[in-house]
Each structure stands twice: as C-alpha cells, then as structure tokens.
Write a protein that binds this ligand. Structure first.
Ligand code: ADP
Ligand code: MG
Length: 344
C-alpha cells in the first residue's frame, strides 16, 4: 500500500505564516535586489535611484462585494491600495500594471467602468498604466495590480528602521473604513430581507466613502520631505493598526507603546461604532483598510512633526526585544494582538 503523505492545512499557517515560508525558501541572486519579500514593496537598485515594486490581489467575495461596490470605485480602490504600498516606502508612485481574470457575466460597459476608476486614480496620483494581462475566470472577478515607484537611496524607508525612543505617528483617522463596511453590510441585509426598503446611507457618507473610495497618503510623503523629516520606519495600514505595529516591532526588533486615548477616531466613527455595539478603539486597532500611513520619527524631529496637520503622535518605540503594547486610559499596558484579516 502506498503511504499517504500528510498534507498541512493552509489555515494552520495563516497568511503571514505562509508568506514567511515562501520567504524562507526564496534565494536572492541579483545584487540589485536590495529588499525582497517582507516589506510594503520590494526595492530594486537600478544604478541611480531605487525602484520599488508592490503587488496586491483582490478577489470577489473575499475582498469586495459587487452588490455594493460600484465597479468604478473598485478600479479606483484597486489602484489606490497598491499606490499606498509605494508611499509606505517613502517613494513616489510612477507606473501600474493591471491583471484581470473575469467571467462573461461582465459586459464591456462594466469593464469600461472599472477602467474609468483606474484612470481616475492614475490621474490623481500622476501614475501611468503601462500593461497587464487578461484571462477568463470561472469563479468571479480577480484583480491583481502591480505598482512601481521611485525613491532615492537616502530616502527609502523600511519597516525595520525604528529605534528606541522614536515617536510613533499615524496619519488621518482610523476605523472609518471598517465601520463603513459594517454599515454597507447592514443595509444589504435589510435590502435582501425586504427589497422595497431603500438603503439609508446618507448619514454615513464619510464612512462609506472611506471604504469604497480610500485614498493613498502620497500627500504626506511630500509634506514630510518639505518639512525635512525622514521617517525612520514606515508601513501603510491595510490590515489594521495593531497588525502593522506588530510588523514594525518585529522587523525593527524593538518594543513599542501606543496610547489608546491618542488614537485618531472621527466623531462619526465613534457614534457609529456605539450604534453597532462595537468598541471604537477595537475598530481603530483592528478594522483595517484605512490606507493611512503609520511611521516613526526621531525624537529630534518632534518640533517639526508636532505642527504638521493630519498627523497624530500615538506613542513611542521602546527597548530592543520589548513587547508591542497598548496603554489604556486606566494606565494598564496590554500586549497588542493582530486580528487583521483571516483569509484562510
Ligand atoms: P501588504 O499588506 O503591505 O500588501 P503583504 O502582507 O501582502 O503586505 O506582504 C508582505 C510581503 O510578503 C511583501 O514583501 C510581499 O511582496 C510578500 N508576499 C506576499 N505574498 C507573496 C507570495 N505569494 N509570494 C511571494 N511573496 C509574497
Ligand atoms: Mg502595506
């Protein structure tokens, strides 16, 4: 009898475990490959400036629901989430490629709508669509985008650069995209139960917009440059603040403390979280899809950073080998846990 080879369930590894496994089995052969797997984007030394490259995949029913996601917004968002990874390297986005797998349930007009969104993002972020690939699909829409950007050797910023006493900063506000999604799901359920009911979304405009049409914070990259600040580490918030903080802690080898009363949460997010029986702090920590930037700066930049608009200082990097902790209103320090998204 043939011996059965034991197969491991992907769920045992999880997304980050799987990536770690691929990373461990990967060999880098070219000296130009400065950074491979393990940051927001790969960094390639082209001889003058560095090129950064990042890919993301979006799968129907896992990453988006076409019943409330207009295709134009989906195109825009698909481009933005990749541009955001380029910004997270302190780089300027330049080009995109778009790969699509689609079934014949999509009309030409529907695909036109999707590309209107891509084109609008290209215009807003001054990037060029330079190619891609198209295939048919038997299981819904799959979008894979690669973004390329440019940064100097001096300015490139990794997740690993944080050092003790650096100030932890975050842009914009957190949790709104997740709450927008909860509102959209609630209205969808109401509609499915009673198709005569019209969705009540106008009170939640800001949250819904944050979910359907997020923006990448390339403005912050320019603002920091103008202010003469070079972040020591940076990452964009796609999986949730807690998860991204743990990446910075792990890659830099340092601990960190953030303060729950410092987390930037919009008033409408607060109100809506309470209405939905959710804890606003948990939404800010674990909601995800904010596409804000999380970065650290040297203590010496405090005077410069404190006056910049739309940036909140939420804590400090602590000693090497320390824990990543959330300091609550009552002064307790609890270890951060990444909830993020469980794909498997
Ligand atoms: P982000 O949330 O910023 O998009 P990810 O967690 O998706 O980052 O990816 C982290 C790192 O792992 C990146 O360097 C990415 O290129 C790499 N990575 C993710 N999936 C794969 C894969 N299937 N094969 C090789 N590298 C991967
Ligand atoms: Mg990222």
């Amino acid at each position: 009898m043939e011996k059965e080879v034991k197969k491991t369930d992907i769920g045992n590894l999880g997304e980050f475990g799987l990536i770690e496994r691929i990373k461990d089995s990967t060999v880098t052969r070219n000296p130009g490959t400065k950074k491979g797997i393990g940051d927001d984007a790969a960094v390639i030394d082209t001889g003058s400036n560095l090129m950064v490259v990042s890919s993301d995949i979006l799968v129907e029913e896992i990453h988006f629901d076409l019943s409330f996601m207009p295709l134009k917004h989906l195109g825009y968002k698909s481009a933005v989430v990749n541009i955001s990874d380029i910004a997270a390297m302190n780089a300027i986005p330049r080009q995109l490629t778009v790969n699509l797998a689609l079934s014949n349930r999509f009309s030409v007009e529907a695909i036109d709508e999707f590309y209107k969104g891509i084109s609008s993002a290209c215009e807003n972020y001054k990037v060029d669509l330079v190619g891609g690939d198209t295939s048919s699909s038997t299981s819904g829409l799959i979008i894979s985008i690669t973004a390329m950007g440019e940064v100097t050797q001096e300015e490139v910023t990794y997740r690993s650069g944080a050092k003790e006493n650096d100030i932890i900063c975050v842009t914009g506000d957190l949790g709104a995209s997740y709450l927008g999604l909860q509102v959209l799901k609630r209205e969808k359920a109401v509609y499915l139960a009673n198709p005569d009911m019209q969705p009540e979304l106008s009170d939640f405009d800001y949250l819904v917009k944050r979910h359907l049409k997020p923006e990448a914070r390339t403005d912050i990259i320019h603002e920091l440059k103008e202010a003469g600040i070079k972040p020591t580490a940076m990452i964009d918030i796609s999986d949730g603040l807690a998860s991204e903080l743990l990446h910075i802690a792990k890659e830099s080898g340092h601990g960190l403390n953030i303060h729950s009363d410092k987390l930037p949460i919009d008033d409408l997010s607060f109100k809506t979280a309470e209405e939905l029986n959710l804890d606003p702090t948990t939404c800010a920590l674990n909601g995800g899809e904010d596409y804000e930037l999380l970065f650290t700066v040297d203590q010496n930049d405090y005077e410069k950073i404190k006056y910049l608009p739309d940036i909140t200082l939420i804590g400090y990097i602590t000693a090497k080998g320390g824990d990543a902790r959330l300091v609550t209103n009552t002064g307790d320090a609890i270890p951060l846990k990444a909830q993020g998204w469980q794909h498997f």
